[in-house]
Design a protein. Structure first.
Length: 511
């Protein structure tokens, strides 16, 4: 499609600094994804040092999740208002300061406050990073490579966090799981400040939709907290039910508000476009299965197999390798040749097959013959699917909506992670309790029975994860109908409902 008249004169020329910019964007994304799992490994030691009670232990994770998940849409809109580069650099600086506070924590309140602050600045940083990537890479083949790298980091960074967290906790101190963010953030912020150039014309200068901000933030916080509470207090708990009811009411009111206000926080056109809606839904569901796998394999390897934190981290490397290969080799090479659904659907099905293999886990399962090939298949599938999903989620949006469209990708993943952790852990716990109760009377080895019950709980929940991934694949195949990117529309997906050529209008100043 020919360029529209409001594109900047140099907007069609590739930014000579774009690959340097990708390094710093990827570094920031790695930091955010690492933080989602790196603290989990250090939590038992930090809890003991700071005197955090068992009842409040989960708030080290929940405080971050609530702030991050609740403020993502607001963070995306702020990035559109301020400019993505400015939001990106401020987000990095704030995240580094919050990490320093967490590493220096001397009590429970200081730790929880630091985690909440990390979530606040993460909610500004994450959508700014993805939207910068979206507007800087408009050539179809280059966009595929850039999103391949980004997708590999988004998918495999969590497993790398387990490895790094194990090293830091075992050989240094739990505080380094926070301090390690500081050099990441400084390098990424300085690099981004020097190499990224963005036109003021790309900003959305409309007045901020305060009702939308309040309703979306409260609604998402209620939803994430509801699932977090369900994990330890049960689904029938009064406050859990109240949180879910509040989330439904608040988010419904948010949708009604967005349909009426002149300058909405989340323009409904971002959600209602068929392909983007399909990506948000299928990606959110797939993340449910992924988070469940991280949780169960970590417990299985450490509690059943007796692995150390470092050995557990290394045990996740086959999945990381699979994700890198799937994203940067399979996905990147095929993205310009086949429609996105033909990568996402088979990718999620391959991941489901890998998950299906893990339903055969027992106390004596071999890592080499079962867990390793299952992880490789899972990683290959998720890496292949994540890359086109990330690219399609921001394709065809107006430049002024890039930040909030990127925020929706992160929101679907964050909510999916919260649901996955709570739902699958509840299923596993219930199955474990029933297994042990049915066999307790005739048990000759109570310790073995406990381990068998734990593994039975894991496999019961993994069956659910298999089903969820199959549903995710079906949504990708039947709901997403964008064709492969056309040569005449850089970065745009051709097909019904796709705004072909929209990316060609992105007004980024090239120097």
């Amino acid at each position: 499609m020919a360029q529209t008249s409001h594109a900047l004169p140099d907007a069609s020329r590739p930014d000579p600094q774009r690959w340097k910019a990708l390094i710093f964007i990827a570094l920031a994304q790695l930091m955010v994804v690492l933080d989602a799992t790196i603290v989990n490994i250090a939590l038992p030691t930090a809890q003991e040092d700071l005197g955090i009670s068992d009842g409040n232990r989960q708030w080290v994770i929940t405080a971050y999740a609530l702030a991050f998940g609740g403020l993502l849409l607001f963070g995306g809109r702020v990035a559109d208002m301020w400019g993505r580069k400015r939001a990106f650099v401020i987000g990095l600086a704030g995240f580094a300061a919050a990490s320093a506070l967490g590493g220096a924590a001397t009590n429970e309140a200081m730790m929880l406050g630091a985690r909440a602050l990390q979530g606040v600045f993460g909610a500004l940083l994450a959508p700014a990073a993805l939207s910068l990537l979206s507007v800087m890479f408009t050539d179809v083949k280059e966009r595929a490579k850039a999103f391949g790298i980004y997708g590999a980091i988004a998918g495999g960074g969590g497993a790398v966090g387990l490895l790094l967290g194990g090293f830091l906790t075992e050989y240094l101190n739990w505080r380094w799981t926070f301090y390690v963010n500081i050099p990441f953030a400084i390098v990424a912020a300085v690099g981004a400040y020097l190499v990224i150039r963005e036109s003021d014309a790309a900003r959305n200068r409309s007045a901020l939709d305060f009702p939308g901000v309040v309703l979306s933030t409260l609604g998402l916080v209620a939803l994430v907290y509801g699932f977090a509470r369900a994990e330890h207090s049960g689904w029938s708990d009064g406050l859990t039910i109240g949180m879910f009811v509040a989330a439904v009411v608040l988010l419904a009111a948010f949708v009604v508000t967005e349909a009426k206000v002149k300058a909405p926080l989340l323009p409904l056109r971002v959600l209602t476009e068929r392909n983007r809606g399909g990506v948000y839904l299928s990606l959110g569901l797939a993340v449910i299965g992924m988070f469940g796998l991280f949780l169960f394999l970590t417990f299985y390897l450490q509690l059943v197999k007796g692995y150390s934190p470092v050995k557990t981290g290394f045990a996740f490397m086959p999945m990381v390798i699979g994700m890198i290969v799937g994203s940067t080799q399979i996905g990147t090479r095929l993205m310009t040749r086949v429609p996105a659904r033909m990568l996402m659907g088979p990718g999620f099905l391959a991941a489901a097959l890998g998950m299906l293999m893990l339903t055969q886990l027992d106390v004596d399962s071999s890592f080499t013959t079962l867990i390793l090939p299952a992880q490789l298949l899972l990683g290959l599938g998720m890496g292949t699917a994540f890359m086109p999903a990330m690219a399609l989620a921001t394709t065809g949006v107006e430049p002024t909506d890039a930040g909030v469209a990127s925020a929706m990708v992160n929101t679907s993943q964050q909510v999916g992670g919260a649901i996955g952790t709570a739902l699958l852990n509840t299923i596993a716990s219930s199955a474990t309790t029933s297994f042990i109760a049915d066999r307790a009377a005739g048990a000759t080895n109570p310790q073995l029975l406990e381990l068998q019950g734990m593994v039975h709980g894991f496999t019961s929940a993994i069956w659910w994860a298999v089903g969820i991934l199959v549903v995710s694949a079906a949504i990708a195949i039947f709901m997403i109908n964008a064709g492969r990117p056309g040569p005449g529309a850089p970065g745009a997906a051709s097909g019904d409902g796709a705004d072909a050529g929209a990316e060609a209008r992105v007004p980024v100043v090239m120097h």
